[in-house]
Design a protein around this ligand. Structure first.
Ligand SMILES: [Fe+2]
Ligand SMILES: [Fe+2]
Length: 247
């Protein structure tokens, strides 16, 4: 899955349908409601990126053959956390890190458990498929309503996330027969946990102009595509996604 950043944001094409950034009026970033919602959403973004940094460092230890590559991906996540936190600073908003840590705790805990029992496929599904597909869907949804400072930063981050998704897809695809069951099992566990984070932010997303229903639909589409890329048949991928989203 490839998304091109920067200049092409205004020129979506059928093969690369980035959202139109000029199609809707921008929300009032100075209102109290916007600032409150932005604080909660930016907190989740910054904590999500920071955890991604830690997860890739753990993956680098678990997969030494790809250690250098995984450390590089982890460094990108650390940079994302720093750059995206400047989007809140620019608005004079303090990210709600405490709330974000609470929301991410179950998913991070699940990743740690998988890592501790040496379940590399599960770790890759959590970080590289689920989290990255969510990041891609969320940043794509935010781009059309992002302020002028946040927009180029978000577009650049979005392009990086697809690279992280690709790493997980390739690794899992190369071992599909051996990991198929583990992938299905962790999807059923990790997807409801991830949707819980989203559910907590539904009202906040609406306040800053994002459409949470579209975001979930876009995530579902991207995630099903990833499942198919790694080897699931399309009916099988759709069934797994339905079961996991309803779990
Ligand atoms: Fe990231
Ligand atoms: Fe990422």
């Amino acid at each position: 899955m490839t998304v091109t950043p920067g200049p092409q944001i205004n020129s979506p094409s059928p093969s690369n349908p980035l959202p139109q950034i000029t199609a809707q009026p921008l929300p009032d970033t100075g209102s109290a409601a916007y600032r409150h919602a932005y604080s909660r959403i930016n907190g989740v973004v910054v904590v999500g990126e920071t955890l991604a940094h830690h997860h890739f460092r753990r993956l680098a230890r678990a997969i030494p053959a790809d250690g250098a590559e995984l450390l590089r991906l982890g460094d990108m996540e650390g940079r994302h956390a720093r750059e995206l936190s400047t989007c809140a600073q620019n608005l004079g908003v303090k990210p709600d890190i405490r709330l974000a840590k609470q929301l991410f705790a179950p998913l991070h805990q699940l990743f740690r458990q998988c890592d501790e029992r040496g379940d590399i496929p599960a770790c890759l599904v959590i970080q590289c498929l689920i989290v990255e597909c969510f990041a891609v869907a969320a940043y794509r949804s935010y781009l059309p309503v992002a302020d002028g400072f946040a927009r180029p930063i978000t577009a650049a981050v979005l392009a990086d996330e697809t690279e992280h998704l690709d790493y997980g897809e390739v690794w899992l695809q190369q071992r599909f027969a051996a990991v198929q069951e583990a992938v299905a099992a962790i999807c059923l566990q990790a997807l409801p946990t991830t949707l819980g984070i989203l559910r907590a932010l539904v009202d906040d997303m609406r306040v800053i102009g994002m459409d949470p229903v579209e975001l979930v639909a876009s995530f579902g589409e991207g995630f099903q595509q990833s499942l198919e890329t790694i080897g699931f048949g399309s009916a099988e991928a759709a069934r797994l996604l339905r079961r996991a989203m309803a779990a």
